[in-house]
Design a protein around this ligand. Structure first.
Ligand code: HGY
Ligand code: MN
Ligand code: MN
Ligand code: MN
Length: 405
């Protein structure tokens, strides 16, 4: 891979990035609203299919709607797969997900421009519903095809309007009965490398553009339902109130102190109040808790404390998803280190499809690209173009190594 001027990958990256930039972007906030099974999602999937077709790649869609674009036939030899996701959190940044997909196509273009002939297939994937922004469970696309989530559970998930995933699939013209685990797809993957914008400050502090991922912290999501009694905001005496919001507010503060006590992080980024009137005391309040930390037992202890605190207000706590500590494949990491000797090793507190595949036994690893703001899941998320191109170059070199045998 020496002597490459990288021109092919630079022009490919810039063109793709310009194409994607306007899809699902809010003029008002500058953030992205790219949610599963919506019109924007359909446009993104058409964009992905167009990029695959333009390169003569064989496009397949699996039993959860994940898209796979193949250079070579993975049914003859399992391939090397790269890629990521195109969906976002509400008002998310431009890079979380799309950087991995765009870099994958740009790396393929670079390999081809250099006359590289792979000894095994190269696949590029767009995982569906990685953020779980609409239906509440992250990595739904990779969880269902690996069996980490049953199709029944997925189909019953509801969005904020009460629309189930099954109904959303039907509205998108897809048969809900077709979703499920997909061993046919999984056996085509020899190894998976996901390039992703860093969602923290690690590379800023290390002064490097690219890192090799080592592991993903254990993390989970819990739904907490607080009971209450609707009543008039103006005429109801304080002593007569059964205000669901009080329990929620108190539990959020308890979560913060439990997190600090146990060296973890806890976030309540989504709540729902019923009836949701300014002058009506809430009869019900729901909080979704996101809990993570380097140590699984510490996270469990933190969540137990939060559950106890919520229980004092009569709340019910249900686990929505749990992902144990995920270590990426040591052998694969070793090969990435040979190709990228100056790249530091970096763990992450963010979940990724690479983690779900690794848990399913598929050799997986990640590359992270520096984010100078250190902020993610926000319009402030950023990666400088030079660092993005350094990521493409690193991914190209890694793929050349892995595709050579
Ligand atoms: O939530 C996460 O960690 C990932 O960005 N889905
Ligand atoms: Mn994300
Ligand atoms: Mn992501
Ligand atoms: Mn991901």
């Amino acid at each position: 891979m020496t002597g490459s001027d990288g021109r092919a990958s630079r022009s490919s990256f810039d063109r793709q990035w310009a194409d994607l930039g306007g899809i699902g972007r809010s003029e008002e906030t500058g953030g992205y609203r790219r949610y599963a099974l919506t019109g924007v999602d359909h446009t993104l999937r058409e964009w992905f299919a167009g990029e695959a077709a333009a390169r003569g790649l064989e496009l397949t869609t699996d039993r959860m709607g994940n898209q796979w674009a193949w250079w070579g036939d993975p049914d003859i030899t399992p391939g090397i797969v790269t890629g990521s996701h195109l969906d976002s959190v509400p008002d998310g940044g431009a890079y979380d997900g799309p950087l991995g997909v765009v870099s994958a196509f740009a790396a393929l273009d670079q390999l081809r421009a250099e006359g590289f002939v792979p000894a095994r297939p190269l696949g590029i994937v767009n995982f569906s519903d990685e953020e779980g922004a609409r239906f509440g469970v992250a990595c739904a696309g990779s969880r269902v095809i690996t069996g980490a989530m049953t199709p029944e559970r997925a189909l019953g998930l509801q969005d904020g309007e009460g629309v189930t995933m099954a109904e959303a699939l039907r509205s998108a013209g897809r048969d809900p009965h077709t979703i499920g685990s997909d061993p046919e797809t999984l056996k085509r993957i020899g190894a998976f490398v996901e390039l992703h914008v860093e969602q923290g400050r690690g590379l800023i502090d290390l002064g490097q553009p690219v890192a090799i991922g080592t592991d993903i912290w254990p993390h989970g999501r819990w739904r907490i339902d607080f009971p209450g009694e609707a009543n008039h905001a103006g005429t109801t005496r304080l002593t007569d109130r059964h205000d669901a919001m009080i329990g929620l507010a108190s539990t959020v503060l308890a979560a913060r102190s439990a997190a600090s006590m146990h060296g973890c992080v806890a976030t309540v980024g989504k709540t729902l109040l019923v009836p949701g009137g300014v002058n009506a005391i809430p009869s019900a309040a729901t909080a979704w808790l996101d809990g993570r930390g380097a140590d699984e037992n510490a996270v469990r202890r933190m969540v137990t404390e939060i559950t106890t605190a919520a229980g004092e207000f009569g709340a019910e706590v249900g686990e929505e998803s749990w992902t144990p500590t995920t270590r990426f494949d040591a052998g694969l990491i070793g090969r990435l280190q040979e190709v990228l000797p100056t790249a530091p090793l970096l763990g992450t507190g963010a979940g990724h499809d690479a983690g779900i595949l690794a848990t399913a036994g598929i050799p997986s690893a990640m590359l992270f690209v520096r984010n100078p703001t250190g902020i993610s899941h926000s319009p402030a998320e950023h990666a400088d173009r030079d660092d993005c191109l350094a990521g493409v170059e690193a991914l190209t070199a890694v793929l050349a190594e892995l595709l050579n045998c």
